[in-house]
Design a protein around this ligand. Structure first.
Ligand SMILES: C[S@@+](CC[C@H](N)C(=O)[O-])C[C@H]1O[C@@H](n2cnc3c(N)ncnc32)[C@H](O)[C@@H]1O
Length: 217
């Protein structure tokens, strides 16, 4: 029997997944954040790119459309959300590979990807899961590979820090703890990445979303 996977769904409750795309598009500068993430990623023709926690594949599709010659893969722990992603990819007639997995081990070999991107996923992961998944991303990434993550971070603005409490009370104080304390860049370094830095900051009605980039040297 398949072991029950533990994860926080896109909008906290599975029954809200069908409205995820609509909700995020009206409550966040979603396209602006995703465009900035892609432009910070430096995707080249032939690059093997993984979108970790791809959800409904909005970012995955944007990445493929920005670099049609890249080999784009999305992975998520939630099988149901991947059904929606599959439908959107079919509608766009794009060649994108989708995988679900056990939430622990990425089903790829060492050095399988040149670029790994991830948007609004890490605040869903408890600190030990964050550490494990960063190690997994490091393992599957090629030397000279780049990781670009967009997620909530500690803002200098107290208003943004207060607003992030809304997400924290919804998604959980445990999974959002390292985000609230601004520890994500340090955790990325601890996983072995270098040149870790915050490239961009976006104020949103749920707190500050930061774009962090890093390299595997
Ligand atoms: C807020 S949604 C973001 C989806 C997409 N990246 C986007 O920007 O629209 C968070 C996603 O993380 C996924 N997720 C949660 N835990 C995960 C894990 N351990 N591994 C991979 N994905 C996970 C959820 O299933 C969900 O699709």
């Amino acid at each position: 029997m398949e072991q029950q996977k533990k994860f926080i769904p896109a909008l906290r409750f599975k029954w809200l997944t069908p409205v995820y795309d609509f909700f995020i598009s009206i409550t966040m500068p979603e396209k602006k954040i995703k465009k900035a993430l892609i432009s910070d990623t430096n995707i080249y023709a032939g690059a093997k790119l993984l979108d970790f926690g791809c959800g409904t594949a909005t970012l995955t599709i944007m990445a493929k459309q920005s670099s049609p010659e890249a080999k784009v893969t999305g992975i998520d722990v939630d099988k149901e959300i991947l059904e929606k992603a599959t439908k959107k990819i079919k509608e766009e007639r794009l060649d994108i590979f989708l995988f679900d997995y056990d939430g622990k081990h990425l089903p790829f070999q060492r050095n399988a990807f040149d670029r790994v991107i991830s948007c609004l996923v890490f605040h869903h992961l408890d600190t030990d899961v964050k550490q494990n998944m960063l190690a997994e991303i490091f393992r599957v990434m090629n030397k000279d590979g780049e990781l670009v993550i967009a997620d909530f971070g500690r803002s200098k603005s107290w208003i943004q820090r207060m607003l992030f409490n809304m997400i924290r009370s919804l998604d959980g104080f445990k999974s959002t703890d390292a985000n609230a304390r601004g520890l994500l860049p340090e955790m990325i370094s601890d996983a072995g990445f270098e040149n870790v830095g915050i490239k961009n900051r976006f104020k949103t009605m749920f707190g500050e979303v930061q774009i962090i980039s890093a390299k595997k040297i």
